[in-house]
Design a protein around this ligand. Sequence first.
Ligand SMILES: CC(C)(COP(=O)(O)OP(=O)(O)OC[C@H]1O[C@@H](n2cnc3c(N)ncnc32)[C@H](O)[C@@H]1OP(=O)(O)O)[C@@H](O)C(=O)NCCC(=O)NCCS
Length: 162
Amino acid sequence: MTVPHPQPTDFEIRRIPYLLTYPLRTAILWPNHPSEVPLAADPTGLHYGLFLASDSSTPVSVISLFIESPPASDFTPQQQSKGKIARFRKFATAAEIQGKGYGGALLSHVFEDAKRNERITGVWCTARVNQVGFYEKRGMSVVEGSESDQKGVKHVRMVMEL
Ligand SMILES: CC(C)(COP(=O)(O)OP(=O)(O)OC[C@H]1O[C@@H](n2cnc3c(N)ncnc32)[C@H](O)[C@@H]1OP(=O)(O)O)[C@@H](O)C(=O)NCCC(=O)NCCS
């Protein structure tokens, strides 16, 4: 059975101050490790929130984007010369609305905004291994040999040209 995807009128996506991302980062990503929530780079990042029409002040899905190159040569010099490379981090959707298409809509919006308005031509992330399929469906690829461990949570690096 297919559940219909949310209609465009169901939600709004906009850039938000980084502090507005912290409640979802805490509740969804690191409920037992609050020290993992703030990032030193937060003041320099771009932060996005998805809001349901019923509440335009509390985001139900958040994600943050930082101009940052990956720690290894995941992008060729030619790819890097095309534009900026950005890393997205701390992607979280409120538990009660996960799996309804909002996170995917937010990610698509961020990629589009990054490409169109920030001259970003490549994105990467350190993905939780259980979310690799989600990102692969959206065009990202796993970097061979990039496995890492953060507080016991296994991650791999994933990359994509925009
Ligand atoms: C990862 C995360 C941010 C995605 O947000 P989301 O709102 O659940 O994302 P979506 O609803 O767009 O997609 C989630 C899945 O539901 C599926 N889905 C989306 N809309 C659907 C619909 N209408 N009917 C059925 N399935 C649907 C998607 O296909 C996707 O499945 P897939 O992974 O097999 O592609 C969210 O699940 C989350 O916060 N997870 C916990 C924290 C986490 O792991 N963050 C990422 C760290 S790398």
